[in-house]
Design a protein around this ligand. Structure first.
Ligand SMILES: [Zn+2]
Length: 474
């Protein structure tokens, strides 16, 4: 088997090789940027969806599914939105041989699909809040280099859309989304920073956008999700208004929350190492792989492995028993590459004693059992998630550094925290110096951006300065 390139020597080469070697996706499909989900990759995706569904429904959101095609007439109602997506949409212009009267857009995101219907659903203040989400495929004609999970043209997309009674309620929904994401990221053991994007980089049509970013080395950042506050920017053109308690009319304030398969890409990027993928248990296709090790003719370990697997599956643990002909060493290599959190080795002696040797994907070994095997495996998975988070957090912390001068940004290998006065011209000077982007201002408390930021790094002004982050978005 070919050696994986080293992660530290070249992130992108390593990333592409590891996704390929772990067989998460097949990118040989005939449309560039539209990839095939393999069985193994699909299991990871389904587990990720389950995490998103659990956390968003805990905040009172309900599932919906809207059609894939959007009439051009609806798509063009909010002018910033259409301007932002114009270059990226796929058009459907014919049904059979007939030219369509109104061309249709393959949804790049679903504001313009949902909002004409929200306008019908919402009549009174009693219909609010409306919090709904869907997990569907969206389509964007990417012109940049496509990469599995990170930049694709057919996107596996999670989108929540909400209507609130006023601006304060919409702001509270943004905070609720941030809380839901904190719990999702915790399950994935992913440290991140929530950043309010500068005005020139917000979502087309938004009042403001909060992006969820992670550092991936060499000052690079990956946006893994976003939350937008729309105020009345969409409800006005779509006429989404309601009757207030005192009989007046008012427009709703809206928010959205978007995530995608990029989260899987982030899991690979952050946790993976030179031996392959490392899945946190929450999204691992198999959380446990049991490798029975028997001498010739000995079948006791296989039987024990099967009954242990049954016991674990009854507890909801995704378990696979590897009974292939390969030698144990080859099996270990394969499942490490595939990122399985915990491997259980079961030889004749263990089978007889009712124990198993557990080896987690960080290489930590323990003997579990004979009593409470199921609980012991659960505990091992939990501890693994905790250790994975600690490791990721140490790398996260070392990815940032404070900058005091524009010169600090040149050729930097760190994402930089700096003082910014808020002016767009200074923002662009910062972007030029780092050869990247002013990511924005941290939305929540952030260790690298506390205390007095001092004078603006670009113009030297001390008035109205705030902490900002600058890096090189992937
Ligand atoms: Zn300035």
């Amino acid at each position: 088997m070919a050696e994986l390139p080293s992660k530290s020597k070249g992130f992108i080469d390593w990333y592409l090789a590891v996704v390929e070697a772990a067989n998460l996706t097949d990118k040989r499909y005939g449309v560039k940027g539209m990839n095939v989900w393999t069985p193994y990759g699909f299991l990871a995706r389904r587990a990720l969806d389950a995490v998103m569904v659990r956390e968003i429904e805990a905040t009172g959101s309900q599932p919906v599914e809207f059609p894939t095609l959007i009439p051009q007439t609806e798509f063009q109602k909010e002018k910033e939105h259409i301007k932002g997506f114009d270059a990226q949409v796929y058009w459907v212009t014919r049904g059979g041989a007939t030219e369509l009267d109104v061309p249709l857009v393959l949804r790049p995101t679903s504001e313009t699909a949902m909002y004409p219907i929200f306008q019908l659903w919402i009549r009174s203040h009693r219909d609010l809040p409306l919090n709904v989400y869907q997990i569907v495929n969206t389509f964007r004609y990417e012109t940049k280099t496509t990469r599995p999970f990170l930049r694709v043209r057919e996107i596996h997309f999670f989108e929540e859309h909400t209507c609130q009674v006023n601006e304060a309620a919409a702001t509270a929904r943004v905070a609720s989304n941030l809380g839901a994401f904190r719990r999702m990221a915790d399950a994935l053991a992913l440290p991140y920073v929530a950043i309010r994007r500068p005005d020139w980089d917000k979502f087309p049509g938004a009042f403001y956008s909060v992006a969820l970013d992670i550092p991936v080395g060499e000052a690079r950042t990956l946006q893994i999700g976003s939350i937008h506050h729309y105020r009345e920017n969409f409800s006005r053109p779509y006429g989404i208004e309601f009757e207030t308690a005192d009989g007046g009319k008012s427009l709703v304030h809206q928010t959205t929350f978007g995530l995608s398969e990029r989260l899987l890409g982030a899991v690979v990027a952050v946790h993976g190492d030179d031996r392959g993928v490392v899945f946190p248990p929450a999204v691992a296709p198999y959380q446990v792989v049991i490798v029975p090790i028997g001498g010739k003719g000995a079948n006791a370990p296989v039987e024990s492995a099967q009954s242990l697997a049954t016991l674990l599956r009854e507890r909801g643990i995704r378990t696979h028993v590897d009974v292939s002909e390969d030698r144990p060493g080859a099996k270990y290599y394969h499942w490490e590459l595939a990122g399985v959190p915990v491997r259980l080795e079961l030889g004749p002696r263990e089978a007889e004693a009712g124990t198993a040797t557990a080896v987690d994907r960080l290489g930590r070994k323990s003997v579990i059992g004979p009593a409470e095997l199921g609980a012991a495996v659960e505990r091992t998975l939990d501890e693994f998630r905790g250790a994975l988070y600690e490791k990721a957090l140490a790398e996260f912390r070392s990815a940032f550094e404070t900058a005091r001068h524009l010169d600090d940004l040149k050729a930097t290998t760190k994402v930089r925290a700096l003082s910014w006065c808020g002016q767009e011209s200074c923002g662009h000077q910062i972007e030029q110096a780092i050869d990247g982007a002013l990511l924005g201002t941290p939305e929540e408390e952030f260790p690298f951006a506390s205390g007095d930021p001092g004078p603006c790094i670009a113009c030297g002004s001390s008035s109205g300065t705030r902490w900002a982050l600058a890096g090189r978005p992937l």
